[in-house]
Write a protein that binds this ligand. Sequence first.
Ligand code: ADP
Ligand code: MG
Length: 362
Amino acid sequence: MKFKKLFNRIESIKLENVTKRYGDRFAVRDLDLEVRGGELMILIGRSGSGKTTTLRMINRLIEPDSGRVSINGTDVEDFDPVRLRRSIGYVIQNIGLLPHLKVSENIGLILKLEGWDEAKIRERVSELLNFVSLPPKSFMDRYPHQLSGGQQQRIGLARALAMDPPLLLMDEPFGALDPLLRTQLQDEFCKIKKELGKTIVFVTHDINEAFKLGDRVAIMDNASLVQVGTPEELIFEPSSELVSEIVDSKRKYRHMEALKVRDMMQPLDPGYFLEGNMPAEIALRKMVDAGLEVAFVFKESGTVGRISLNKVLKAGNTGKSLNEISKSLPVFPADASLFEALTQLKEEGESMALVLGGGKCR
Ligand code: ADP
Ligand code: MG
């Protein structure tokens, strides 16, 4: 029998008043949380705060003592647990690749259980390996012990994506990696997150990772949910001392000092540029035709200026050129400190600057 996914897209995942106890200790207590379709929700908190338990109640690896977990309005208890888990990708820290199976067999395992034929499995495995930046030719036939930690982690992700599940649960997937590799995998994950277009619940205890990847962040402490919000909300409206401590606003500012101008710049279309010797009345026509509120001017002085439609309108038929009526913009190299550049802009009362040099992939 051919497997059918239980859901093709996630509208929402709801945890309502969920409690899980071990003996007389609460692992999760009265938890209410809604994950919206398409978002990446981070669960963050100290070790033992209940993150893993929360995550595993979504795919029924753990059953709550009370409360309700639902996906698209259906109680997960109403789904067959095996079908449920095959509809949800699950990635963990030590991903448990089967040591006696090749990479291709590890990734294709569920596809095989689902009755896919060999050729189709091989094709899908190649596609997945390419997706996680591992050339299929050199990786297909390796065994797990022939892989680095980072490569194993990529295989874990590929395996979780095999059935193209609309929902991914990830439990500290980069936790065991050294800091450099960790950053690299985060950057790559940042990029593929958009391509995937999936709903993701992601556990971490690293606030920088949380803010880098998360659309919203849920902070857990002592088996309870403390606050959930966007990174900005948590930084600027922390609901308690504990939240301030975890998000550590001061550290965020230090982080900003490390940012470069290129992190915020946007490329400009050549259509926005006008020659400085152009008379205002001609510039007016051009700007109106092109629908521009603002244009940039190559000035006689060698600088680049900015001119608003309003100013061009005011100059009207005075015969003045853009050289005369445009204001020169500050110029920064792409690797200038963002903090210093913003400080200078603020002092000059300017809202834009010209950046020289290339940007980076975002
Ligand atoms: P986290 O992932 O945030 O580190 P967990 O959800 O794994 O935390 O665990 C929450 C609490 O529940 C911890 O105090 C942990 O010791 C306890 N716990 C988790 N699983 C079990 C279990 N199978 N038996 C007993 N206690 C458990
Ligand atoms: Mg855990």
